[in-house]
Design a protein around this ligand. Structure first.
Ligand SMILES: *[C@@H]1O[C@H](CO)[C@@H](O)[C@H](O)[C@H]1NC(C)=O
Ligand SMILES: *[C@@H]1O[C@H](CO)[C@@H](O)[C@H](O)[C@H]1NC(C)=O
Ligand SMILES: *[C@@H]1O[C@H](CO)[C@@H](O)[C@H](O)[C@H]1NC(C)=O
Length: 342
């Protein structure tokens, strides 16, 4: 496309875009702070704003149907290492949890429904509203440039999951508290991803490390019969020099709550698209004498590029984990003591 035609198309696109905005086809809500993601960090950000900025108008937009992120959905045992470092929001939360259980010590591992109720109480105490099922429209954010050429988010557009209702949001500040960094990515703001080298910010723990934490405890051949890598094995391994940057992201998965109470048990079923081949790496791990459960055996599982970013759209993750439970229960490669574990 010639530069002139490109410029004309760009102007037309901007005009159309402004027109859609000004025509007020979609409702616009103007606030001081819009936080994307009712994760613990999103909730903490909202509380911090309300506790330090009198009369601030704050809202949290949450793409899912519940609040609290991983602290209330799916993870029974939360990854808390040093509770003495837990301050403000999380400490208040732990005390609310304690009130539910009628105990005098802070409760860091409440049942999911208790944890969620405590977050709701915290938000309610400051009058903070959470808009659930509110998802970003991928290509609709307004970016403004500052005199120093910094790109800032001026407005974002969301749609309500399951309806055609959409809405614009303007704010003085936007906070991306999503796990996936969707707000930054969708709005086209500048951001960084992947693992930085330890030299970038002079961080001794950054970059490639040679830790063996999470390695398989037995050797497993990752190459299939035709020389291909097995499903979910990526080729880039620990190839970089220690401290260097790489393209690795952490593995994402679904954690499922299961029970040992026979009366409450729902049997695992065979997912419609199930194929034992998907779990060939795990089969080989067991055949090689490994006997850990997949939480330990699968730290390096990685998903196709697309899926790394679409954790909300968890069809594939769900399918994968459901199939893994079916595999564990039925595949001959799995040790009996794992298959019959209660
Ligand atoms: C806590 O105490 C209250 C009041 O005595 C009681 O109603 C409630 O059932 C108790 N909760 C738990 C989880 O024991
Ligand atoms: C990097 O960090 C170390 C340890 O904190 C410090 O001694 C050193 O001066 C830092 N280097 C730079 C370039 O900031
Ligand atoms: C980065 O890692 C390398 C290799 O382990 C190490 O020699 C170097 O000191 C590290 N740099 C920082 C800033 O920690």
């Amino acid at each position: 496309m010639g530069a002139r035609r490109f410029a004309a198309a760009a102007v037309a696109a901007v005009l159309l875009y402004l027109f859609q905005w000004l025509a007020n086809k979609d409702q616009t809500t103007s606030l001081d702070v819009v936080i994307y993601g009712a994760t613990p960090s999103g909730i903490a950000a909202a509380l911090a704003v309300m506790d330090t900025w009198a009369d601030a108008r704050v809202a949290i937009l949450e793409p899912a149907n519940s609040i609290g992120g991983m602290a209330t959905q799916g993870i029974g045992l939360r990854d808390f290492k040093y509770v003495e470092l837990m301050r403000s929001t999380m400490r208040e939360w732990s005390i609310l949890n304690a009130q539910f259980y009628n105990v005098t010590y802070p409760v860091w591992q409440p049942d999911n429904f208790v944890g969620e109720a405590s977050f709701k109480t915290l938000l309610g105490s400051r009058g903070i509203h959470v808009y659930l099922n509110t998802r970003l429209e991928q290509k609709f954010s307004a970016i403004r440039k500052t005199p120093h050429n910094r790109r800032l988010i001026a407005a974002i557009k969301t749609y309500c999951q399951g309806s055609s209702q959409s809405r614009w949001w303007t704010a003085k500040y936007f906070v991306d508290a999503s796990y996936e960094g969707d707000l930054l990515r969708f709005s086209g703001a500048s951001y960084t991803l992947e693992r930085e080298a330890n030299s970038t910010y002079n961080e001794s723990r950054a970059g490639v490390t040679m830790s063996s934490l999470g390695d398989f405890d037995v050797d497993v051949d990752p190459i299939g019969v035709n020389g291909e890598l097995l499903p979910f094995v990526n080729g880039f391994g620990p190839s970089g020099d220690p401290g260097s940057s790489d393209k690795g992201l952490m593995g994402y998965s679904m954690r499922v709550c299961v029970t040992t109470n026979l009366q409450k048990r729902v049997p695992f079923s065979r997912p419609p698209e199930y194929s034992a081949r998907t779990y060939e790496l795990l089969a080989r791990y067991y055949r090689a004498g490994g006997n850990a459960t997949p939480y330990l055996a699968y730290p390096y599982v990685s998903y196709p590029e697309r899926d790394k970013f679409d954790v909300c759209d968890n069809g594939q993750h769900k399918e994968y984990v459901a199939g893994m439970f079916w595999f564990l229960q039925t595949d001959p490669s799995v040790p009996k003591k794992i298959q019959h574990r209660n």
